[in-house]
Design a binder for this molecule. Structure first.
Ligand code: SF4
Length: 283
């Protein structure tokens, strides 16, 4: 296989929120012996392995958090109810919630106080969405797209404030807004999709002629999955892989142009490795 042109997205990989969460966690590990995180700090198995090697302890059940230890709140935040459990354990809390997520949380409590009906665009099972909803006393109407919107149409009353999970697709927000306009709802839109997500999506949306799109990042990562969805919607042959070594030579037969992008939890080293793996297929 020869003459494969490989381009890497300018915005591929770590966002500022994830970078900051990792740095604060590493600092905490250096300063304290027992640092705990509830689930994965970032949706990337390689990064998690590295952090655990350095000493980060992962718990899956918050009730099992030992007392008086250091606890990391992840970049996508958590619910007020769960935070209460952490506080009851007299933990020293290191809050790495990304400022973009804090903005969505703050708007949720502001709109709740103002008596507005909050329409939250996001995945109701995602920790970030649950965290935002808890700031609205768990009263937000959560939709993950236009299909869900039809299901709650009758509940859309009074003044509506739309907010979004930070890693949502901008196109989904546009569809929801169009529908609310059509239904003549009284609404305001607060696009809380973060800048990093928007920029990454834009690069894939504006892709010129390419044969293959490689999306690197955790299979459960919301922002990474959206990048792969955008590629597939554009009818580009898209592969979403967690690591560089999951890429297969056979995918590139007859291809000339490859574009690599990566989710917000993918380290630069993995992106370089993916490029090297594909380059090696050419010889
Ligand atoms: S994806 Fe966006 S909201 Fe999430 S941590 Fe990164 S910058 Fe913050």
């Amino acid at each position: 296989m020869n003459n494969l042109e490989i381009k890497i997205a300018k915005k591929a990989g770590f966002c500022f929120g994830v970078q900051r969460a990792i740095e604060l966690t590493e600092k905490a590990i250096k300063e304290d012996k027992e640092v705990y995180c509830w689930g994965d700090l970032v949706h990337n198995p390689g990064v998690m392995k590295g952090l655990q090697k350095k000493g980060l302890r992962i718990i899956n059940d918050l009730e099992k958090l030992p007392e008086r230890k250091v606890f990391i709140v992840r970049s996508h935040g958590m619910t007020l109810e769960d935070l209460e459990i952490v506080n009851k354990k007299k933990s020293k809390v290191i809050n790495t919630t990304c400022p973009f997520v804090i903005k969505a949380q703050t708007l949720a409590s502001k709109f709740k106080e103002a008596g507005k009906q909050i329409l939250l665009l996001g995945d109701k099972n995602h920790i970030e969405v649950r965290g935002i909803n808890s700031r609205a006393e768990n009263q937000a109407l959560i939709v993950n797209g236009i299909d869900d919107l039809f299901l709650i149409k009758n509940k859309l009353k009074g003044k509506i404030a739309v907010i979004c999970q930070t890693t949502q697709k901008n196109s989904k927000l546009e569809e929801v807004v169009e529908k609310l306009k059509e239904w003549k709802n009284d609404f305001e839109v607060n696009n809380t999709i973060c800048l990093d997500t928007t920029n990454k999506q834009k690069e894939v949306l504006e892709l010129g002629e390419i044969d293959i799109l490689i999306v690197l990042g955790g299979l459960h990562s919301s922002n990474t999955t959206k990048l792969a969805e955008i590629g597939k919607n554009k009818k580009v042959k898209t592969y979403h892989v967690e690591k560089a070594f999951d890429i297969f030579k056979s995918w590139f037969e007859g291809s000339e142009r490859v574009f690599i992008t990566a989710g917000a939890s993918t380290p630069p080293s993995e992106i370089k490795k993916a490029k090297r793996v594909i380059e090696n297929f050419c010889f």
